[in-house]
Design a protein around this ligand. Structure first.
Ligand SMILES: *[C@@H]1O[C@H](CO)[C@@H](O)[C@H](O)[C@H]1NC(C)=O
Ligand SMILES: *[C@@H]1O[C@H](CO)[C@@H](O)[C@H](O)[C@H]1NC(C)=O
Ligand SMILES: *[C@@H]1O[C@H](CO)[C@@H](O)[C@H](O)[C@H]1NC(C)=O
Ligand SMILES: *[C@@H]1O[C@H](CO)[C@@H](O)[C@H](O)[C@H]1NC(C)=O
Ligand SMILES: *[C@@H]1O[C@H](CO)[C@@H](O)[C@H](O)[C@H]1NC(C)=O
Ligand SMILES: *[C@@H]1O[C@H](CO)[C@@H](O)[C@H](O)[C@H]1NC(C)=O
Length: 423
């Protein structure tokens, strides 16, 4: 039967997969299967059939160097193709054994099934595997070697360094379907610790036992054909091996030490940077505290009513109620700015005399910044002035008498000022 007929059959199928016809666990799809040269390849594909399900037709294919039908079964009759004549045996409902396998018979083996479900639907199922045929040792140079890893290896489960022996090197496409057995110098048999890069590994416990270690292949699994056990040995020098463990440990300690030194250096740099920042902040804090200390204010009133003062003279308010920072001089009536800053000045005055006026200028040095006066014709009037001015340290603010018919009542006359901010 050719592949074309198979394709036609597949087209005729109404549905694939089935509720009833299921693969039983065992040989997974696309699994890797090994067989020995001259031996039997076992392909135990197996379907679970529920009541009413049936198998209509089975075909087994080989896709390797050639592409061919191995055998077919219809209505319970198995027909084996001539190339496989006498070599094929059914072993389960859809599985086969093939005898007399040769190295060249490696490749893809598949089974295709047409079944009928209890409901009468036709179903199509297919599975395949990769087959490798083993002959002899299957190692790179057809020899088995035991070697000792030059550097001891860290194992985080024991938190120790171990000398590792390797047995190989195998040329299997996946991990071999067997384990080697190890014999220690004390005659104990050990399993391999792991398999890696074509070699079986044995991690030697500490302290390392010196002497001969043997790696043995199980003859059946390795397809040695009765050629005796494949085995190789290595003599481990106790002192050298123990030294290797110590060296690895020391190297790791040195690395850790150098790591710690690096971390220390980094931390030290970070600490220095932080200290600089703290210094900066402290400087800023001191500067800010200094600025906060740099406040000044005053408030002064008259002792007695003043009148007929010379025009242009300073109105002196001697009764100091507040003089924080001591910048107001009650001998001259002048405030001297202790800091370059913005200041607010306020003054009020009162006139209770029909013959006099309250008329004042607020001066900064010789410049008038505000001015106020009461009416000469009326009594019981008050006047006020204010200004917010920026002064350079040393500049003076004062009240200047503007007119000769002046009159400043004791009670209603006051002069104050304070620092607003340092900008
Ligand atoms: C075998 O061949 C079939 C058809 O070409 C393919 O679908 C399948 O994936 C192959 N299986 C393996 C294990 O290579
Ligand atoms: C096939 O599968 C059925 C159902 O799971 C099981 O009873 C039977 O033993 C299997 N046969 C073989 C040869 O594996
Ligand atoms: C040993 O193996 C080699 C190669 O695999 C084979 O040619 C030879 O016949 C074998 N010898 C025996 C005694 O089986
Ligand atoms: C050991 O290392 C492996 C791989 O790095 C990790 O998955 C595992 O959790 C580690 N075990 C312990 C005990 O640290
Ligand atoms: C601020 O004034 C207080 C109280 O007068 C003083 O103890 C402190 O040293 C001053 N700070 C600065 C930064 O001038
Ligand atoms: C100036 O003020 C002080 C108290 O702050 C006071 O003792 C003094 O008598 C005042 N001077 C005059 C001229 O009134």
């Amino acid at each position: 039967m050719s592949k074309t007929i198979v394709a036609g059959l597949v087209l005729a199928v109404l549905s694939t997969g089935a509720d009833g016809l299921l693969w039983s666990s065992g040989l997974q799809d696309n699994a890797v299967v090994y067989a020995c040269a001259g031996g039997t390849l076992s392909l135990p594909w197996n379907l679970t059939l529920s009541g009413g399900d049936s198998i209509v037709d089975i075909q087994w294919f080989y896709l390797g160097l050639s592409e061919e039908l191995i055998a077919t079964e219809a209505h319970g009759n198995v027909l084996t193709m001539p190339a496989f004549s006498g070599r094929v045996r059914k072993i389960s409902n859809v599985g086969i054994d093939i005898d007399g396998m040769q190295v060249l018979d490696k490749g893809n083996y598949s089974v295709e099934i047409v079944g009928r479900s209890a409901a009468g639907d036709l179903v199509n199922l297919r599975r395949s595997v990769h087959v490798f045929i083993l002959d002899g040792l299957q190692t790179t140079d057809n020899n088995l070697h035991v070697t000792q890893q030059p550097v001891a290896e860290y194992d985080n489960s024991t938190d120790q360094y171990h000398v590792v022996l390797r047995c190989g090197t195998f040329e299997y496409p996946t991990q071999p379907p067997f384990d080697v057995t190890w014999e220690t110098p004390l005659g104990q048999t050990e399993q391999s610790s792991s398999y890696k890069d074509g070699t079986f590994l044995l991690k030697l416990p500490n302290p390392v036992e010196g002497g001969t270690y043997t790696c043995r292949l199980p003859p059946s699994a390795a397809c040695l054909h009765g050629n005796g056990t494949g085995e190789a040995t290595l003599t481990v020098d106790k002192t050298e091996a123990r030294l290797a463990v110590l060296e690895a440990r020391q190297e790791s300690l040195e690395n850790k030490n150098s790591d710690l030194t690096n971390k220390y250096t980094t931390l030290k740099l970070e600490k220095d940077a932080l200290e600089n920042r703290v210094d900066d902040l402290q400087d800023k804090n001191t500067a800010l505290a200094g600025l906060l200390n740099q406040t000044v204010s005053f408030h002064a009133r008259l002792h007695v009513t003043q009148y007929n003062l010379p025009v242009g003279s300073s109105l002196i308010l001697p009764r100091v109620l507040n003089n924080h920072g001591n910048a107001y001089d009650n001998d001259t009536g002048k405030f001297t700015a202790p800091y370059t800053a913005t200041y607010c000045f306020l003054a009020t005055t009162e006139d209770v005399n029909v013959n006099g006026r309250s008329a004042l200028s607020l001066m900064v040095d010789d410049t008038e910044v505000d001015y106020t006066e009461t009416s000469v014709a009326l009594t019981w009037q008050s006047a006020s002035l204010h200004a917010v001015v920026h002064l350079t340290a040393g500049q003076e603010a004062w009240l200047k008498v503007r007119v000769s018919d002046n009159y400043f009542d004791t009670y209603g006359t006051a002069f104050s000022g304070f620092l607003v901010d340092h900008s």
